[in-house]
Design a protein around this ligand. Sequence first.
Ligand code: NAD
Ligand code: UD1
Length: 332
Amino acid sequence: MVHGLVTSPIRPLVAVTGGAGFIGSHTVDLLVARGCRVVVLDDFSTGKRANLARWADRDRYGLGGSEPSVEVLTVDVSHGLFAALAPITAQHGRIDRIVHLAAQVSVIHSIANPLTDERVNYGGTLHVLEYARATAVKKVVFASSAAVYGDVAELPVDEAAACHPLSPYGMHKLASEHALHCYSSVHHVPTTALRFFNVYGPRQDPSSPYSGVISIFADRAGSGRELTIFGDGEQTRDFVYVGDVVRAVVGAALTDGADRAVMNVGTGSEITVNELARTIVELTGGKSTIRHADGRAGEILRSVARVDRAERLLGWKAQTALRDGLANTLRA
Ligand code: NAD
Ligand code: UD1
């Protein structure tokens, strides 16, 4: 799985924290397709080597047929990046750009474990920024979240709305955004924060009770098992397909523009969890039943993005309709 990188002055060297995860591995695929060399830093707490398996066989998949493009390092980002990256940069030159996706991703887990969430999700971001400051990285792109908003009065929510997060996860994503702004203002580290709404698609891991709802529903409905909806199911989410999300991530990483920008990455459409469950049951042949359980604490009731800022600053727009994205996910 670990390969040597080709030394190249023209192919940007991009570090992707959390690159073995769901969004991370799709990001790696697109960066390599765009001609980048990639270093993945991941502690494999939820990420999987299998997500990067296509890069394991350099003769088949390496750029140009034989040039290896991806190096994989086992690193906990909350312990810092310098020691792990030193051998890479000694051989291949400095890291040009960083996509920071490594995180504890569950809102519910963060409510039960706020200090772990702080160490990984806020501390990890500070370590990334310290590395970027010290080595003059040209851009840091950070995976923020719609969870920074909490419940808002006006929907669709735009980036200027006041943020009142309802979970430690949302708090630490917001604190990380402030850290990006500070490092950009004080140390001139160019940064972009992308507030992902609910991302779904192939490779999202359904195995934990904390997993993304579409991965759980798709997995269970695919084998005719019962789906559980927490609460009355009238809560809404803006589900955005991973193929669309990584176009925003890679666009933000490879541009020198959008410094200090914070952008929503969503579709602008919302759907209730009830409607989502019904659609997935229908797409899988209608065998699963649906039951309701107690609602979760710290839940946002309605979530839908205003999306014009990303279009203006990055020329980005979600293109995948939910039914198409669900069909791709169910096929995978
Ligand atoms: P994921 O769990 O598949 O990816 C997270 C990756 O980070 C995994 O590979 C994991 O092993 C790694 N990781 C966790 N802690 C680490 C640490 N201390 N050091 C190094 N690596 C570590 O989840 P994902 O959905 O791909 O999430 C990627 C990013 O996007 C996260 O920052 C998450 O908060 C953010 N995000 C996701 C969604 C969504 O709907 N999936 C929405 C908003 C924001
Ligand atoms: C998700 C992401 C989080 C991200 C946020 C942005 C995951 C695990 N969490 O949080 O990283 O920052 O979006 O908006 O990807 N539900 C059920 N039944 C289930 C599972 C969930 O009814 O079996 C419901 C939940 O109660 C919730 C909705 O589905 O109302 C979405 O839940 P979930 O996928 O866990 O995501 P968020 O909490 O919105």
